[in-house]
Design a protein around this ligand. Structure first.
Ligand code: ADP
Ligand code: MG
Length: 729
């Protein structure tokens, strides 16, 4: 019987980690053990089926039904040896998490008889109950239902007793209902576009791939304390709580020693990740107390993204075993560093060349400059779309808060490359270039050192930085599905590479030599995209001013950032590139607005609940205690002397009343604004009402609640304090 669960990983909870029983086993021996990867397929599949799947993985070709049947049977046989009894299509609906629909292999075939079966048709396609996933009106409009379809390029895996098959999720009318499908389209597009440009430099290149190396930041909080904080449980962040006396001021946490309990947790989740073929390697503390980071080796973008989604799930499950809860929210604690997910991105060829790594000679360096400059232009021309791709209620807290890049999109490339681009801009002569000037330029280009890493890694304040052999998109939020920003980035780079190729070809057709045509086009692009390049301090106020003068957007909140989806140019871009139709884009816009409203709504509700049911009653209780004390003093010492001696107590009583009244009034006003917002039918208008009206109370409400926290007897305070949550080891 089909069963819809959002959590298939429960089994992990009940498994003892193997490495603890058998410490002798090396990572290389168990890495990827629970995945049906290409080497395992070779063992399990016929030669014909193996070749067909390999070609599907490498070239995106179709797998026939007959082959799919074979793959399904082998996959099941393999999964059964891993203890699997169920299978699920694993997909990425637009809710931001992953989803699963479970079915058993087991099929009754007669009275008292059953066999384990899994056929090609259920491998290739399945029909989840799509009505419970957001679709932005697509299904209502088309009266269609959704189905999931196998993505052979990402290996199936076994978790607990379940075989999980990575799939895309689409409506019967063909519209994408997930993050994976548009991502795959964008990747194909950029790979083709980059391959065409590579031909200028090296005809041996037959394929270009995209790479992603993410860095995941997170907080660990003790489970018991987590359970005593309804706000963190429901929203992932503390909506109240005074900053601890010791925060991150001392900077003693960064790369500090990792507490033992956290280490045990990391050991185990790394082990589980390795079984799933996720190449996590590094671990160190981050800036804030109890904040950590984990980063894998980079992989092909689609796989890297599946691995990140899987890792977030595994982390949460393993944490519970260690009596921890993982907070993936972008800003769990005000006053402390938030969490991001840097997306390191590059392009590489089947000849082993990283297209964003300077080479050994002028030719390979010209190729490097071509990809560097085209990426910069793509960001320059589509900065608002890139900004929209990372917009979320959680990320709004981080961007521009002096801990993460500002909401202004800019590109950092380091002083050496800046110098190089300035030289190209100046030295490429108008009109026909002489052989001497060409030689001179080539010599200059040849001087780019092969390793720029040290030179480019200094500026940590840029949202999109070149870091020696890749770009690092630093503005992505820690809860995000990287598939979304990666879809946008790869689409805009693909578009730019296609345009570049057209312009260069047009120059060549007019009789200009290839190198000169490329150089002239680069020069034009360098000038065109100058305003997006910024080498200074991205956290500074001056940058906000300067960016404004340059005409760069500074879209500080999600509803405003999302506006770009509705623009004609955006719809044209994604439609022309064959990534998303305008219907799909509109649906996404709607869903993101809805998600935003829901997040702020829940936060507003929990604030009201905590203020009225926890904070105000406890404050009154304490205030009564103080009043008793004042009365007692007056009784013992007489009215005049008693009041004199109760000076502090009287101040406390008054101050508590003042904050309670303010808190209560503000919550009431917020509730009124929330009610008004809820009546708005249009999603966009509603999101703006939540952003500009409802959310505008949050800081002030928190101010009064946190003041009360500082006055009320610690014993009587109903919520675990930030200090308690952040400094437990
Ligand atoms: P940081 O200094 O930003 O913390 P790290 O060393 O932690 O940098 O992470 C660098 C990340 O960049 C790693 O996740 C790594 O896999 C990734 N990376 C390195 N080379 C590439 C590449 N060519 N393409 C994509 N990602 C890459
Ligand atoms: Mg980084």
């Amino acid at each position: 019987m089909a069963q819809l669960r959002l959590n298939a990983l429960d089994d992990v909870l009940h498994r003892k980690p193997k490495h603890m029983e058998d410490p002798g086993e090396r990572v290389s021996e168990y890495f990827g053990r629970n995945t049906f990867h290409i080497r395992i397929m070779r063992e399990y599949l016929s030669e014909k089926a193996y070749k067909s799947v390999k070609s599907a993985i490498e070239n995106g070709t179709q797998v026939s039904r007959e082959i799919a049947d074979q793959v399904a049977t082998s996959m099941k046989d393999w999964a059964v040896t891993k203890g699997a009894a169920h299978y699920t299509h694993w997909f990425q609906p637009l809710t931001g998490t992953t989803a699963e629909k479970h079915d058993g292999f087991f099929k009754p075939i007669g009275p008292g008889e059953a066999i384990e079966r899994f056929e090609g048709n259920v491998l290739v396609q399945q029909e989840p109950d799509a009505s419970s996933f957001p679709n932005g009106g697509i299904r209502n409009t088309f009266e269609a239902r959704g189905y999931t379809a196998w993505d052979p390029s990402s290996p199936a895996f076994v978790i607990g007793k379940t075989l999980c098959i990575p799939t895309i999720f689409i409506a019967y009318t063909g519209e994408a209902l997930d993050h994976k499908m548009p991502l795959l389209k964008a990747l194909h597009k950029v790979e083709d576009a980059a391959l065409a440009v590579c031909q200028y430099f090296d005809k041996n290149v037959k394929k270009v791939g995209t790479t992603l190396g993410w860095e995941q930041e997170y907080f660990l909080v003790d489970s018991a304390l987590f359970n005593a904080r309804p706000d963190i449980m429901l929203t992932g962040r503390a909506v109240f709580g005074h900053a601890p006396a010791k925060g991150q001021q001392l900077d003693d946490h960064y790369f500090g020693s990792i507490p033992e309990r956290a280490t045990a947790f990391m050991r185990e989740f790394e082990y589980e990740s390795h079984l799933l073929g996720i190449p996590v390697t590094t671990r160190h503390n981050e800036v804030a107390p109890n904040q950590f980071e984990c980063a894998p080796m980079f992989e092909e973008v689609n796989i890297a993204n599946d691995h990140n989604l899987l890792l977030m799930d595994v982390m949460e499950k393993v944490a519970r075993k260690h009596n921890f809860r993982v907070l993936l929210h972008e800003k769990p604690f005000a006053g402390l560093n938030g969490s991001g997910k840097h997306n390191n991105w590059s392009l590489s060829t089947d000849t082993g060349v990283n297209l964003l790594q300077p080479g050994k000679n002028p030719k390979s360096n010209l190729q490097f400059l071509t990809f560097l400059v085209n990426t910069i232009v793509a960001i320059n021309d589509n900065a608002d779309v890139l900004r929209a791709s990372i917009a979320s209620a959680g990320n709004d807290h981080r961007l521009g808060a002096n801990e993460a890049p500002p909401a202004i999109i800019s590109v950092f490339i380091g002083s050496q490359l800046t110098q190089m681009l300035d030289n190209l801009e100046k030295n490429i002569k108008h009109g026909k270039m002489t052989p001497e000037s060409k030689t001179e330029l080539k010599l200059d280009i040849g001087k780019i050192p092969e390793l720029l890493l040290d030179n480019t890694d200094r500026n940590r304040t840029s949202p999109f930085a070149f870091t020696g052999n890749k770009f690092e998109f630093r503005a992505v939020g820690s809860t995000a599905n990287c598939g979304h920003p990666m879809m946008v980035l790869n689409t805009i780079v693909a578009k730019q590479l296609i345009d570049f190729k057209k312009s260069v070809d047009a120059r060549i057709q007019k009789g200009v030599k290839k190198d000169e045509a490329i150089l002239k086009e680069l020069q034009k692009l360098i000038i065109q995209s100058k305003k997006i390049r910024f080498e200074g301090n991205g956290y500074g106020e001056e940058w906000v001013e300067e960016a404004k003068k340059r005409g760069l957007s500074n879209l500080k909140d999600t509803p405003r950032a999302l506006d770009v989806w509705a623009k004609k140019e955006t719809k044209k871009l994604f439609a022309d590139m064959g990534i998303l139709t305008s219907v799909e884009l509109e649906a996404r816009h709607e869903i993101e607005l809805e998600n935003y409203v829901m997040k702020i709504q829940i936060e507003a509700r929990i604030m009201g609940d905590l203020a009225k049911n926890h904070i105000i009653p406890s404050s009154i209780e304490y205030q009564n205690k103080v009043i008793q004390n004042i009365k007692g003093l007056i009784e013992v010492l007489g009215d005049k002397e008693g009041k004199k001696m109760a000076k502090t107590q009287l101040l406390i009583v008054k101050s508590i009343s003042k904050h309670i009244n303010k808190l209560n009034d503000l919550v009431n006003e917020m509730v009124e604004d929330r009610k008004a917002a809820n009546l708005i039918v249009d999603n966009k208008e509603k999101a703006f009402a939540y952003c500009d009206k409802v959310k505008s109370y949050f800081d002030e409400i928190r101010y009064h609640a946190d003041k009360l926290e500082l006055q009320v007897d610690d014993e009587m305070w109903p919520l675990p304090k930030l200090r308690e949550m952040l400094f437990t080891k």
